[in-house]
Structures are given as structure tokens and as C-alpha cells.
Design a protein around this ligand. Structure first.
Ligand SMILES: CC(C)(COP(=O)(O)OP(=O)(O)OC[C@H]1O[C@@H](n2cnc3c(N)ncnc32)[C@H](O)[C@@H]1OP(=O)(O)O)[C@@H](O)C(=O)NCCC(=O)NCCS
Length: 172
């Protein structure tokens, strides 16, 4: 299996994968916007086997306002349902972290299930906060991980680019 940056030619297969992996919530509009911005702002990685798209992860490069350090927001992350539990999700996260680490990213933030992201070393973030206030019971889901023991980002709300400035992505 190959873990590589996506191209515009992957678009249709990736959007189809989103419909399969998130049957109860249509994330294709968000995915399409993120794919359009892949490059400087967005790291978009696919897990591909014999030409078949088996998983996808997005990292959005961002940090609190005025912070000179580099940070990233992880998400979405998905693997094709028929191949769950085979390490695709973990491998995509690891591949993304390795690339971000190499470019000097200090800290990765994620809003997701602590039972899953805890396995990578993510823990509840008490310094960098989410771009929108989260419901109290979601607090444990807002997590961070420092790469290579670098000094973490400055405390404050994560200053996300326009594509993420929609409260729909930050609440129930
Ligand atoms: C979450 C997801 C990406 C994991 O992909 P994957 O390739 O199956 O993950 P891995 O094989 O690396 O890890 C599987 C392990 O994670 C566990 N796991 C998966 N989702 C979990 C969750 N929400 N909470 C806790 N554990 C979870 C599995 O039980 C399995 O545990 P095991 O290693 O003890 O057997 C995949 O389940 C998925 O695409 N889900 C639908 C989309 C989604 O919810 N994405 C995350 C939010 S953006």
C-alpha cells in the first residue's frame, strides 16, 4: 500500500470514499473544498493499493493567531469500511505526522474520539482551544499532540482558514 499526496485525478474516488465511510453525514462538500486547497495550506494524503483509494487524511496547516510556530489540524480521517481494523487509519496518521515533523510542525490538534486518537499519544488540549466553543461534554475530544517534543503552540484559539470557519463542523 502506498501513502501519497492526492492529485486532482483522485477527486471522484475520494468523494465516493467519503460517502461510504460517513454514511450518516455528508462531508463531501467539506472534502471537495479541502481537496481544492491541497498544497501549501492543506496536506492531503491517500492510502492507495493497486490504484484503489482505501483511505484519506487531511491536515490543515494553522496555529493560534500571532504564533510564529507551525501547527496543524488533523481531519477528516477515513478508511474504507471493508478494510477497517487493518491499520490504514493509523498508517495515514503516521505518514502525515512524519511529513509535518519534517517541515517543523510543533503540534497537531484534532477533534475526535479520544479512545481512537489516544493510541497516537493525543491528549486533551488545555492550551490551544478550538476555533468555536465546544459543548462541555466534547472537551475530551479536543486533543493535541506535540511532534518531536517541540515546544507547543501559543495558548489561544486555533486560527483556522476559511474552509473550517463553519460552526457546523464544531458542534453536534
Ligand atoms: C476511524 C477510522 C479512520 C480508523 O481506521 P482503521 O484503518 O480501521 O484504523 P486502524 O486499523 O489503524 O485502527 C483500528 C483500531 O482502532 C479502533 N477504533 C476505530 N475507531 C474507533 C473509535 N471511534 N474509538 C475507539 N477505537 C476505534 C478499532 O477498534 C481498532 O482497534 P484494535 O487495533 O484494538 O483492533 C475508521 O474506522 C473510519 O474510517 N471510520 C469512519 C470515519 C470516522 O469516523 N473517522 C474519524 C473521524 S474524522
Amino acid at each position: 500500500m502506498e501513502f501519497r499526496e492526492t492529485t486532482s485525478q483522485d477527486r471522484a474516488a475520494l468523494l465516493a470514499l467519503y460517502l461510504k465511510a460517513f454514511p450518516e453525514e455528508d462531508l463531501t462538500a467539506l472534502a471537495a473544498e479541502l481537496l481544492d486547497r491541497a498544497g501549501d495550506e492543506i496536506l492531503s494524503l491517500a492510502a492507495v493499493e493497486e490504484g484503489e483509494m482505501l483511505g484519506h487524511v487531511v491536515f490543515t496547516r494553522c496555529a493560534p493567531q500571532g504564533d510564529g510556530r507551525r501547527g496543524a489540524l488533523l481531519g477528516p480521517l477515513l478508511a474504507t469500511p471493508e478494510r477497517h481494523g487493518q491499520g490504514i487509519g493509523s498508517a495515514l496518521v503516521a505518514a502525515g505526522h512524519a511529513r509535518l515533523d519534517a517541515e517543523g510542525v510543533a503540534e497537531v490538534l484534532v477533534l475526535g474520539d479520544p479512545d481512537y486518537y489516544g493510541r497516537f499519544g493525543f491528549a486533551q488540549s488545555d492550551r490551544v482551544t478550538a476555533p468555536y466553543p465546544l459543548p462541555a461534554d466534547w472537551a475530551p475530544a479536543w486533543q493535541s499532540l506535540r511532534l518531536s517534543d517541540r515546544e507547543g503552540l501559543k495558548p489561544g484559539p486555533l486560527d483556522v482558514p476559511e474552509v473550517w470557519r463553519n460552526p457546523v463542523y464544531w458542534g453536534p
